[in-house]
Structure formats: structure tokens, C-alpha cells
Design a protein around this ligand. Structure first.
Ligand SMILES: Cc1cc2nc3c(=O)[nH]c(=O)nc-3n(C[C@H](O)[C@H](O)[C@H](O)COP(=O)(O)OP(=O)(O)OC[C@H]3O[C@@H](n4cnc5c(N)ncnc54)[C@H](O)[C@@H]3O)c2cc1C
Length: 342
């Protein structure tokens, strides 16, 4: 992914749209970020992962950072000069983030970070990382804290392999190693040690909605592309849509998609008025990502052999859809969250 693409996105106002204008954002609200996420996914440009900067990294900086952190990082993110990435998952800790082993030890006015992260979306390109670390203190407490790490301004950050994934190939998903990375104490998100887990939980509902919103957009795109295709493709002397099987499969999918759209819009409304709870956001992520998998698979089937050819967008949608059930918390973890409220 050329960096120029990000600068153009910044010029077009697609980055950090909900951040205040005083910091270089567009002064919008979360609905602007949602619309940008939806439109990019619908256009097949979700791989840029602009949604990660706007709706995953962005809220940490905009709502939980100190004034100094906001003024330092938001203008660079909004202009596309810098890319931000969230480094939480580790080889030994994905679903169970409490088990992370990367540490940040206080040393005078600094913290020294050691450890390893994996699956960092945009990690290969990132200029600034939000790194989840254990911060051991003298009383034996090993709480999690989040740190801003400006990659080019510190030594000891090493980007490992760009991971070879089955989809989302432009996303620069990478391993990242931290070897005695020294950052000043004011790199702590919000300026206070030990708040990391609570800070991560604060933004989880929005993060899960990002996946739900992208899944919904891709469901609608897959259906639109498939309906167009089956109207023109012919077999046995008639258009594919004229087979009752095709029409019925599409009618079922359209019904499921419309019902899902009502639920997504309901959740967006609650996100906007600040009342979206974690379990409902988990239901949205679970339902939409699972539905995306089923619908994209059935749509591909209606393309026949052409659906398996990369030239056709449905083939890419099929590859990209699979991860929706995994990242941002797996379907199993969503069920765990929902089941706690039963
Ligand atoms: C393309 C991609 C992009 C990603 N981007 C980022 C990113 O930007 N930043 C970041 O920090 N992380 C990122 N991740 C990591 C992602 O969030 C994790 O992969 C995910 O949370 C699952 O963790 P894991 O891979 O360690 O699987 P594990 O936690 O090892 O889970 C393995 C299996 O066990 C199941 N399981 C685990 N615990 C339970 C339980 N209690 N009950 C029932 N089943 C359970 C899981 O559901 C899964 O099926 C990304 C991952 C991918 C693939």
C-alpha cells in the first residue's frame, strides 16, 4: 500500500473525521467515521484499514489521551502523515489479553519495553503504535498499561515478517519486537499507570461495531454483485436467476440481510447516544460476521467457476470475510460475553 494513498485519504478528510478540528481532525462525530467505514467496505477498499485508524486507534487518542498526546499525534494521523496501529495480541495471548507478557518497567523518568506482538494490523507501515504492556510495580501488581510508541523516534522496535494471510493482503499485518525500547513516562495513555485493561474495555463496543459495519456493507455488496451477475449469466437457455433455486436462495439471503441491517442500524443508534452495551455489540459482531461468511459463500456459489477466480470481486470478498469471525474477538469469545448476561 503506497503511503501516498494515506496522504490522499487525509486530504480528502477520510482520516480522523470525528477528531476535533483544533487537532487537525474534521470535527465530525462517530457517525462520520461509520459512514466512511461503510463506504470504503462497500467499494472494496476496506483493506486499507482506514477503519482501524479512525475507529480503533482514534478513540484511544481522542477520548483517553492527555492534551499533550492529542496535540502530538492527532494532526499527524489526520493528515495521513503517520499511520497508527494497535499492538495488543501476542503469540501466547490473543483471546486472553490478561495473559500478555510484554512488560514496561519504570526506569527513572522513562519506561523500558520488552516483548513481542503479533497480528498487528498496519503494523508493517505503522509510525505510531499503541502497545499493551504489563507494568510490574513494587507491590507485585502486574496491571496492564497502554503506551504510545513512535516507532521512528525510539530505538529497539523491530518489525518482523509481514504475515502471509489468506486475505486482506494490503493490511500490512505484522509481528513486532520490542528490545529495551525506552519511552518517556508521558507516553502512558492518559498519563496514569495500570488503567490499560479498563481503557481497552471502554472502546470495545465501538471496535466490535467496526467489524459488524464492515460485514454488513460486504453482505450488501456481495448480494448486489450476485444479483447483477445471475441476471446476465445464462445456462440451459435462460438466465441463472430464472432457476427457482437461484431466486429462492437470493430471496432468503436478502431477507437475512435486511433483518441484519435493522439490527446494525439499531446498534449504531445506541453507539451514537452512548448506550450501546458490550453484550449487544458482541451480538452484532457475532451475528454479522457469521452471516457475512454464509452469504458470501452462497453468493460465490452462484458465480460458478468464475467465483473462484480472483478477477471477480466475490473471490476477494470470500477470502476477506473469513477473518471477521476471528479478529476483534472471536465468535466464541462473543458468545462468552453474551452468555454472561443470560
Ligand atoms: C488479520 C488479523 C488482524 C488482526 N489485527 C490485530 C490488531 O491490529 N491488533 C491486535 O492486537 N490483534 C490483532 N489481531 C489478533 C486477533 O484479535 C486475535 O487473533 C484473536 O483475538 C484471537 O486470538 P488468537 O489468535 O490468539 O486465538 P486464541 O485465543 O488462541 O484462540 C484459538 C481458538 O480458541 C478459542 N477460544 C479461546 N478462548 C476461548 C474460550 N474462553 N472459550 C471458548 N473458546 C475459546 C478461540 O475462539 C479460537 O477459536 C488480528 C488477527 C488477524 C488474523
Amino acid at each position: 500500500m503506497p503511503r501516498e494513498t494515506w496522504r490522499k485519504a487525509g486530504q480528502a478528510g477520510l482520516l480522523m473525521a470525528s477528531a476535533p478540528e483544533a487537532y487537525g481532525g474534521s470535527g465530525g462525530n462517530i457517525l462520520h467515521d461509520i459512514i466512511i467505514t461503510d463506504r470504503l467496505a462497500r467499494a472494496g477498499a476496506h483493506e486499507l484499514m482506514i477503519s482501524v485508524v479512525n475507529m480503533v486507534f482514534g478513540p484511544y487518542v481522542c477520548s483517553l489521551a492527555t492534551e499533550a498526546q492529542k496535540s502530538a499525534w492527532i494532526p499527524k494521523l489526520a493528515s495521513g502523515e503517520w499511520l497508527g496501529a494497535i499492538a495488543m495480541s501476542e503469540p501466547g495471548a490473543g483471546s486472553d489479553l490478561q495473559a500478555i507478557r510484554t512488560t514496561a518497567r519504570r526506569d527513572g523518568g522513562d519506561y523500558v519495553i520488552n516483548g513481542q506482538k503479533i497480528f498487528t494490523t498496519l503494523g508493517h507501515f505503522a509510525d505510531i503504535l499503541m502497545v499493551a504492556c504489563k507494568t510490574p510495580s513494587d507491590d507485585g501488581n502486574r496491571a496492564i498499561s497502554l503506551f504510545f510508541v513512535p516507532v521512528g523516534e525510539v530505538s529497539g522496535v523491530r518489525k518482523g515478517r509481514k504475515l502471509d494471510k489468506i486475505g486482506l493482503s494490503a493490511a500490512g499485518t505484522a509481528e513486532i519486537f520490542f528490545e529495551d525500547v525506552r519511552v518517556p513516562a508521558d507516553s502512558l495513555l492518559g498519563g496514569e499507570q495500570g488503567l490499560g485493561f479498563r481503557q481497552m474495555m471502554t472502546n470495545l463496543a465501538e471496535e466490535r461495531m467496526v467489524v459488524a459495519i464492515e460485514s454488513m456493507a460486504m453482505i450488501e455488496r456481495a448480494l448486489a454483485e450476485t444479483i447483477d451477475y445471475v441476471k446476465t449469466r445464462k445456462a440451459f437457455g435462460k438466465a441463472i436467476i430464472d432457476f427457482q433455486n437461484t431466486a429462492f436462495v437470493l430471496a432468503e439471503m436478502k431477507t437475512q440481510a435486511n433483518a441484519a441491517r435493522v439490527f446494525v442500524d439499531y446498534c449504531i443508534g445506541r453507539l451514537l447516544d452512548g448506550t450501546l452495551d458490550g453484550a449487544t455489540a458482541a451480538m452484532a459482531k457475532l451475528h454479522l460476521s457469521e452471516l457475512q461468511g454464509r452469504i458470501v459463500d452462497q453468493c460465490l456459489q452462484l458465480f460458478g467457476g468464475y467465483g473462484y477466480i480472483n478477477e471477480y470481486p466475490i473471490a476477494r470478498m470470500y477470502r476477506d470475510a473469513r477473518v471477521s469471525r476471528i479478529y476483534g474477538g472471536t465468535s466464541e469469545i462473543m458468545k462468552l460475553i453474551i452468555s454472561r448476561t443470560l
